[in-house]
Design a protein around this ligand. Structure first.
Ligand code: 13P
Ligand code: SF4
Length: 311
């Protein structure tokens, strides 16, 4: 039924008609990044969602991100083009198991990565993103005992960076776990001058090969500002779209998986959102994100702490 529609024009029309803002994560399909009012990392997107005056937030990202938008802006309609756009980290941390983990360690506070469900946020003390975690940890007393969930690689990297000994939940991102050390070493040998930029969701063996480790926003800044002509990017490859837009003269190479190709690292959840589904979401104001009010109020406390401590 959508055949022949000019999706770009229709989305632009609906955005005005519905007083909507379109937010997109760097891992979204380039067409969605291009039509968004704002593209950013998880922290930037949370801030935008909290501050927007629009009546509708069309969130091109995964479900936990759209939930954050709803938690911070409960009076707005928040739509997600595909409700099945989840996250392996969220899946690894069911709320009941998380509550049990907390009960087993009553003397620990819980610092929780934003990649989790609203219910887990509601049971957490402070939420962090990869761009804000270090700054937030450094504001906590040195002897403060901390649980960190759900990403064990991000947690291990934060332990190394901050000298803490946080207890780690056993979750991983299926995308960042797929990079191959052998193939990355081969690629580095072919491009000896190229810095490797990696997201801290990567396992330690990949991070050990990186020149810069940081959130998507940090990786993007480094890629744009580094003097090297060629850069190797160890995170979801759709971020390369922003790099190419802003520095078309440079060469950006996605870090390889076991097959030597970077495409295998595309996030399958992020990829569920498409221009067609964004059009339908704006047209029908559905599918909507709803968060039960008791969960929302508790989750907002831990999210507000993040926004406050991240500065
Ligand atoms: P950031 O954009 O905060 O670095 O998060 C990356 C990510 O994996 C989101 O799912
Ligand atoms: Fe989750 Fe990994 Fe996809 Fe990010 S890239 S949404 S952490 S599965």
């Amino acid at each position: 039924a959508l055949a022949g529609l000019d999706l770009k024009a229709e989305i632009n029309r609906l955005r005005k008609e519905k007083n909507a803002v379109i937010l997109a994560h760097y891992y979204q399909d380039p067409a969605l990044q291009d039509i968004a009012d704002f593209v950013g990392d998880s922290l930037d997107l949370s801030r935008k969602a909290a501050a927007t005056e629009a009546e509708v937030i069309a969130f091109c990202g995964v479900k936990f991100m759209a939930e954050v938008a709803k938690i911070l802006s409960p009076n707005k309609i928040v739509v997600l083009p595909d409700l099945a756009a989840g996250c392996s980290l969220e899946d690894s941390c069911p709320p009941e198991d998380f509550a049990r983990f907390r009960r087993a360690h009553p003397d620990h506070i819980s610092l929780t990565y934003i990649n989790c469900s609203a219910a887990v946020k509601a049971e957490s003390d402070i939420i962090v993103t990869s761009s804000s975690a270090e700054k937030i940890i450094n504001q906590l007393p040195a002897d403060q005992k901390i649980l960190f969930a759900p990403d064990k690689h991000l947690g291990a990297w934060l332990n190394r960076k901050t000298g803490r000994d946080m207890l780690l939940w056993d979750g991983t991102c299926i995308v960042h776990e797929k990079f191959s050390v052998t193939e990355l070493l081969k690629l580095k040998a072919q491009h000896p001058a190229a810095p490797v930029l990696a997201h801290p969701e990567c396992p330690a063996a990949i991070l050990d090969l990186a020149h810069y480790i940081g959130a998507t926003s940090g990786i993007l800044d480094y890629a744009l500002n580094s003097p090297e002509q060629t850069v190797i990017v160890a995170t979801e490859p759709n971020i390369i779209h922003q790099m190419q837009l802003k520095a078309p003269h440079k060469t950006f190479i996605g870090a390889p998986g076991a097959d030597g190709n970077c495409g295998c690292n595309t996030c399958p959840y992020m990829a569920l959102n498409t221009m067609e589904k964004l059009y339908i979401a704006l047209r029908d104001l559905s599918p909507r994100i709803e968060v039960p009010e008791d969960v929302r109020i508790k989750a907002k406390i831990s999210l507000d702490r993040m926004l406050e401590m991240a500065g």
